[in-house]
Design a protein around this ligand. Structure first.
Ligand code: PLP
Length: 424
């Protein structure tokens, strides 16, 4: 069921392209018809579909190994623990981290950012300190910092965006100062598609003694990410956006920082010793993994990483640059359709937000669904950004490894039909 190197088509110009059609066959959900049309799934920024190998691994785990982890001494408990811990090592290798103890397995990006805001933030943020975010953050990388700033009487500052949806770094030396304690920014925007120059901005933040938290929810699924060279202190992402199960995610953090942090949630399996009047914590990563986790989901996540690695993250990125270029070119030719974000595919991902001058994004989405095309419409959990863009909502088509030019053509054709239908 895995895509093998032979599935990758080498084109005449020697650039390797994914054979999306072969890949699509690995995803059972994609073979269905919706409203009488072949399903075209373009809502990958919200959540990706799952290959058969991931579905099989979840089923295999529950059929053969299922038991709680880190506590039982019986064979199933040992197998489950080994499978769970081997995913941790798999994740570490996937993101270029040498020490798997720096990988905290949790429920997703949201959980990771909240952990840092409550655990690191509680101890290190004081009145008058500055927390720097950007104007393009998802609520997951925004609300925890708004609340932390309020709780601590700290100042929330933001890096603005340009009219074409990049970060405007003109005033960065005034935004990040010696008072800055945290810089939190997305690696790739879920609305604009922009890939932010994380390393460059992190360097400035470090010069001022701040820590850097990157939200990698939209980046890790789509491009190679190496935390050993990225220059950040914490990095978070979610399995469900990268072919894995829902309710599983990763917080990577530097050991020297994690070691000194207090737990955010307490309970079973995260302690060393418990008395009625005193508790000592387990070492990392277990200190930050209280209670019974989504064990099967974590085990299934390893199969998702296998699938992505079999293709190669470089090739995935290249595929998405090409499909984004094609989609931007086609969409930009449609009359009275505005596209958000950078126009150069090399500095953006394959999430494309657009609005029609006359048709509400929700109506666009409903019409496209009637043609079997799944997109997202709404504020994309980025209300402050949408306000800056002057929109209450946008339509968003987001592409992944199983999408190809035919999917873009179907989208474009359906939008043209929609405009005829609404007479606009
Ligand atoms: N950050 C970004 C940029 C996202 O796109 C998302 C999900 O859409 C999140 C954070 C939150 O991810 P999760 O809901 O998996 O925690």
């Amino acid at each position: 069921m895995h895509t093998r190197p032979e599935d990758i088509v080498i084109t005449s110009d020697n650039s390797s392209r994914l054979c999306a059609r072969t890949i699509k066959a690995d995803f059972p959900v994609l073979s269905q018809d919706i409203n009488g049309h072949k399903l075209v799934y373009l809502d990958n920024a919200a959540s990706s579909q799952k290959p058969q190998s991931v579905i099989d691994e979840l089923s295999r785990f529950y059929s053969e190994d299922n038991a709680n982890i880190h506590r039982g001494l019986h064979t199933l408990a040992e197998r489950s623990t080994n499978a769970y811990e081997s995913t941790r090592k798999r994740v570490a290798k996937f993101i270029g981290c040498q020490n798997p103890d720096e990988v905290i397995l949790n429920s997703g990006t949201t959980a990771g950012i909240n952990l840092i805001a409550y655990s690191w933030g509680e101890e290190h943020i004081n009145e008058g300190d500055e927390i720097v975010i950007t104007e393009m953050e998802h609520h997951a990388n925004l609300i925890p910092w708004v609340i932390l700033a309020k709780r601590k009487k700290a100042v929330l500052k933001r890096i603005p965006i340009t009219s074409d949806g990049r970060l405007n770094l003109d005033d960065i030396e005034n935004i990040i100062t010696d008072r800055t304690k945290i810089l939190a920014l997305s690696h790739m925007s879920n609305v604009l598609g922009t890939i932010n120059p994380v390393t460059e901005i992190a360097e400035i933040a470090h010069k001022h003694g701040a820590i850097v938290v990157a939200d990698g929810a939209q980046a890790v699924p789509h491009m190679p990410v190496d935390v050993s060279t990225l220059g950040v202190d914490f990095y978070t992402f979610s399995a469900h956006k990268m072919l894995g199960p829902t309710g599983v995610g990763v917080l990577w953090g530097k050991k020297e920082l994690l070691d000194k942090m207090q737990p955010f949630m307490t309970g079973g399996e995260m302690i060393r010793e418990v008395h009625f009047d005193k508790v000592t914590w387990a070492e990392i990563p277990h200190r930050f993994e209280p209670g019974t986790p989504n064990i099967a989901g974590v085990v299934g996540f390893a199969a998702a990483i296998d699938y992505l690695e079999n293709i190669g993250m470089d090739k995935i990125r290249q595929h998405e640059i090409e499909i984004t270029r094609y989609a931007l070119e086609k969409l930009s030719k449609i009359d009275k359709l505005d596209i958000q974000g950078p126009t150069e595919p090399d500095i953006r991902g394959a999430a494309i937000s657009f609005t029609d001058h006359n048709v509400h994004p929700h109506d666009i989405s409903t019409f496209l669904d009637s043609k079997g095309i799944a997109i997202r419409a709404g504020h994309h959990c980025a209300q402050p950004l949408l306000r800056i863009l002057g929109k209450v909502a946008t339509a968003r088509a987001s592409f992944y490894i199983y999408n190809d030019e035919a999917d873009v053509d179907a989208l474009v054709q359906a939008i043209i039909e929609m405009k005829k239908y609404f007479g606009v």
